[in-house]
Design a protein around this ligand. Structure first.
Ligand SMILES: NC(=O)c1ccc[n+]([C@@H]2O[C@H](COP(=O)([O-])OP(=O)(O)OC[C@H]3O[C@@H](n4cnc5c(N)ncnc54)[C@H](O)[C@@H]3O)[C@@H](O)[C@H]2O)c1
Ligand SMILES: [Zn+2]
Length: 359
């Protein structure tokens, strides 16, 4: 088992990275949680892992309940939160109780928001099971739901008491979801760690084949990279914005394509877009753009999209909630392993880069 720590003063917490669920009860106990636990999960993950987790928790002496909602982003709304609150009241949860998110990013975001708000905040445990959640969304404390068509518009910053990751849970993840998660993994290399990026380039097959050691290394490195950024800027007032690399264009593509593409697939396209802009601004050589594009392609991710409506994507970027003063902000690469935040007014340059993303 690998253990990391996220240092956020009184909100600090450990991340355990393991190859099964067996130590989960022990780890929760050592985080000081000893009340009732409600395992919140979705309909897919429920069938695969909730029985095992409930058994281990029960054997560790916890009083355990389970709440299941239908899998998918469409459940990430206030209605699901309301149903969870009702269940928590029915099970008589108190301030010493905890919610455990067992699933992908959707389960983590919903459960974290319910934990942040029920009784003004009860303990929250992350047990991420998708690659996106293990390598990205479970770390950092952003929780929330979608509202009236806007993604993640209601939420909070609420840190878990611990994160427990079983990398072998990825064995059942659909391949397209695994590859989509790889986009965020590659993103972390590009924004902060050149040697990790090179590790991915050289070990892509092992990662896709779910080699246990490679997965542990990848998840550990991602949690460390994201953790370091979050430690320096927990509530995204400056540095944390670098985690949005590839997301200015990516989110817009996601909306314009009516969410037919997965998030990581759009981030992949968005990262190539950011490299193109940087290339046109003379910040990176086109060989570097090609290198990134080749890695993403080898990872099974799209780097272009058929018939992309450039005007629509351009307009959509302005609706992104992170845009202030009507100027587009981009996180652009200076090189692999280093990015900077830049506001850009040059409409033609942005549209030229967007045009490169369309086939
Ligand atoms: N809080 C954050 O910082 C943050 C960061 C990035 C993304 N997000 C959010 O995360 C969500 C996306 O997360 P996601 O990609 O994990 O989506 P998801 O939770 O919908 O999981 C994807 C699919 O995989 C299934 N699944 C999960 N683990 C599985 C396993 N081990 N075996 C088989 N099936 C499994 C799920 O049931 C679902 O069908 C979005 O809502 C996004 O907004 C949050
Ligand atoms: Zn993302």
């Amino acid at each position: 088992m690998v253990k990391l720590n996220i240092n956020l003063k009184d909100r600090s917490y450990p991340i355990y990275i393991d190859t099964d669920f067996n130590s989960i009860g022990k780890c929760i106990q050592s985080a000081g949680v000893n009340g009732k636990i409600v395992v919140v999960t979705d309909s897919n993950v429920d069938k695969l892992y909730s029985g095992k987790c409930v058994d281990i928790l029960t054997a560790s002496g916890f009083e355990v309940y389970k709440y299941v909602f239908e899998a998918g982003e469409k459940s990430k709304n206030l209605n699901t939160i309301k149903e969870i609150y009702k269940f928590l009241i029915e099970m008589k949860l108190d301030r010493g109780s905890a919610l455990m998110a067992l699933g992908g990013g959707v389960v983590g975001d919903i459960t974290g928001f319910a934990a942040a708000t029920f009784l003004r905040g009860i303990s929250f445990i992350q047990v991420p099971t998708s690659l996106l959640a293990q390598a990205d969304s479970s770390v950092g404390g952003k929780v929330g739901v979608d509202f009236e068509g806007s993604k993640n518009i209601i939420g909070a910053f609420y840190q878990p008491k611990l994160i427990y990751i079983n990398v072998n849970a990825l064995a059942t993840l659909p391949e397209r979801e695994l590859k989509s998660g790889l986009a965020e993994v590659i993103k972390h290399g590009i924004i902060a760690d050149r040697s990790f990026y090179e590790y991915i380039e050289q070990n892509l097959n092992k990662i896709i084949d779910l080699d246990e050691n490679s997965l542990q290394y990848v998840v550990k490195t991602n949690c460390m990279i994201k953790g370091k950024v979050v430690e320096q800027d927990e509530k995204e007032s400056h540095l944390r914005a670098i985690l949005n690399f590839g997301h200015t264009i990516g989110h817009a593509v996601e909306s314009v394509s009516n969410f037919e593409l997965l998030h990581g697939e759009c981030v992949s396209i968005g990262m190539v877009g950011a490299f193109k802009i940087a290339e046109y601004m003379g910040m990176v050589d086109k060989k570097v753009t090609k290198r990134i594009s080749d890695t993403l392609t080898l990872a099974g991710l799209p780097v272009k999209i058929t018939g992309l409506d450039i005007e629509k994507v351009y307009e959509q970027m302005f609706y992104d909630k992170k845009i202030r003063n009507s100027r587009l902000t981009f996180i652009l690469p200076k090189d692999i392993g280093e990015v900077i935040q830049i506001k850009i007014d040059d409409t033609e340059l942005i549209k030229k880069a967007l045009a490169d993303l369309s086939v």
